[in-house]
Ligand binder design. Structure first.
Ligand code: V47
Length: 455
């Protein structure tokens, strides 16, 4: 009997489609099927359904500047091309004058955000980091504007606790809380998602031994959430990891987000099947909470649905839940491994299709994450454009200067202009929306900007 089905159509996706349409949580085995099916376009289409349910017709970008304050690092992660040792050629540390200069350039370009990360610098005192934040805030105020400081990966936060001599192995959450509180008082606005790599001990020991493990990375983000700081997340895949390990990573993030949303008052469904070890790793005790189920109130960052207003989270009988609306993961940014210049340079790195598939699967698995970012620096702008149809709703920003990875011979000056970003989004069929770090819409007149207030 002749069939009209395209040659790669996979009937096994039907059950997943039903779950996606009902907004039900996918299992790790569903994720494996999404990774293994030959029906790639079927996977992209499913991710597109979720993406367009959350962000119909729009895609986000921001005007930002990345600042790497030092590339001197106590660690030597095998996938990393960025780190140098003290005295090496090209080792650098910015002093406060040069930090102020970067902040000035950011203000003059109309940036809303400065994204600050660096190596685990053993020779700087803790005061350097609070001074860094205060300097950026001061320069912004002198320019009659503000810059959101999104700074320090979880690994750096633990390092800061250690150099501040506040790290207590038997009470590390408390140590992290002390450090984050001081940084927040200095003006820290949110945490970026880096340093997560792949939450798996084998991968950890093979590629980034010495770095904190997944449990401690999660501790930092969960304490940040408790303090009302929004954070981002990443997964750095395509080196020695396998696909199941990536899915477990996503499951761990999803459970941590369940906890953050429960604290904000979101009601959940009964917990699904537990994946062995995951609850123990994250110390998570929360119902399953999805944002993609039709009718679920959205987080403040999902602005088109809410017209920029912060929605009331669903009422809960437990009056002890937080009354604020912040303190959760905003986005997952899948980071494809860029081999160039690293100790793992002999590995090929993931293909473009594997990158698109991972973006799509992240969108489908992370049903309680408002945003999925295709970071153009690592994906390339042409791929990021296509990924907007495969689950991504954000391509990051103007960036300007980026030292951590250099794709195909690019150098540290990696910048796209706003017209190029907007045209890329339009060409992909979406309305470009400028956002701030917290995904609020921005209104601007040249370099002057403000967060749009909706009626
Ligand atoms: O922490 C290091 C990773 C991260 C390589 O939060 C590599 O909005 C690929 O986290 N190939 C930094 N990745 C980038 C990052 C990020 C970027 C954009 C936005 C946000 C956000 C976060 O890049 C590092 C590390 O995990 N990394 N080396 C490499 N060779």
């Amino acid at each position: 009997m002749p069939t009209c089905a395209p040659p790669r159509a996979d009937a096994r996706l039907d059950a997943i489609r039903e779950k996606v349409l009902a907004g039900e949580r996918l299992s790790i085995d569903d994720g494996m099927l999404l990774y293994e099916t030959p029906d790639l376009w079927g996977v992209f289409e499913l991710a597109g359904i979720v993406r367009n349910r959350l962000h119909p017709g729009v895609a986000y970008y921001n005007i930002n500047r990345h600042l790497n304050y030092s590339n001197i690092c106590a660690l030597s992660c095998k996938f990393c091309e960025f780190y140098r040792k003290k005295g090496d050629d090209g080792a650098y540390t910015h002093d406060m004058d040069s930090i102020a200069d970067e902040a000035r350039k950011a203000c003059e370009s109309g940036a809303t955000e400065i994204h600050v990360v660096g190596g685990l610098q053993p020779y700087l005192p803790f005061d350097y980091y609070t001074d860094l934040i205060r300097t950026i805030k001061r320069v912004a105020a002198e320019h009659g504007t503000d810059l959101h400081v999104k700074a320090f990966t979880a690994v750096e936060i633990v390092h800061l606790a250690k150099i501040a001599k506040k790290y207590k192995r038997d009470n590390r959450r408390e140590s992290i809380r002390l450090i984050l509180t001081e940084l927040k008082e200095a003006g820290l606005g949110s945490l970026p998602g880096g340093g997560a790599e792949v939450f798996d001990d084998r991968v950890h020991d093979e590629t980034h031994k010495g770095k904190i493990r997944s449990d401690e990375w999660l501790d930092v983000h969960m304490v940040a959430h408790e303090l009302g700081l929004n954070t981002n997340s990443t997964i750095l895949y395509g080196h020695v990891d396998n696909r199941r390990e990536r899915l477990v990573h996503m499951e761990i993030l999803r459970r941590a987000q369940d906890q953050a949303l429960a604290r904000l008052g979101y009601a959940g469904q009964e917990a699904g099947e537990e994946t062995e070890g995951i609850t123990a790793i994250a110390g998570i005790d929360a119902p399953v909470i999805t944002l993609t189920r039709p009718g679920t109130p959205q987080t403040p960052t999902v602005s088109p649905r809410t017209n920029g207003r912060i929605p009331e989270p669903p009422k809960q009988s437990d009056a002890s839940t937080s009354s604020t609306h912040s303190g959760y993961f905003q986005t997952i940014t899948p980071l494809p491994f860029i081999p160039d210049g690293s100790e793992l340079e002999h590995l090929p790195g993931p293909s473009g299709l594997e990158n698109m598939r991972t973006i799509a699967i992240a969108r489908l698995m992370l049903d309680n994450f408002p945003h999925v970012k295709a970071f153009w620096i690592m994906q390339t702008l042409p791929m990021a454009q296509i990924m907007l149809d495969a689950g991504a709703d954000d391509i990051d920003g103007t960036v300007v200067w980026y030292d951590i990875t250099k794709v195909g011979g690019s150098d540290t000056h990696q910048e796209v202009t706003v017209p190029v970003l907007r045209r890329a989004i339009r060409e992909a069929g979406y309305e470009p929306v400028e956002r701030d770090t917290l995904y609020r819409r921005v209104e601007r007149d040249g370099n002057r900007w403000r967060v749009r207030s909706e009626p």
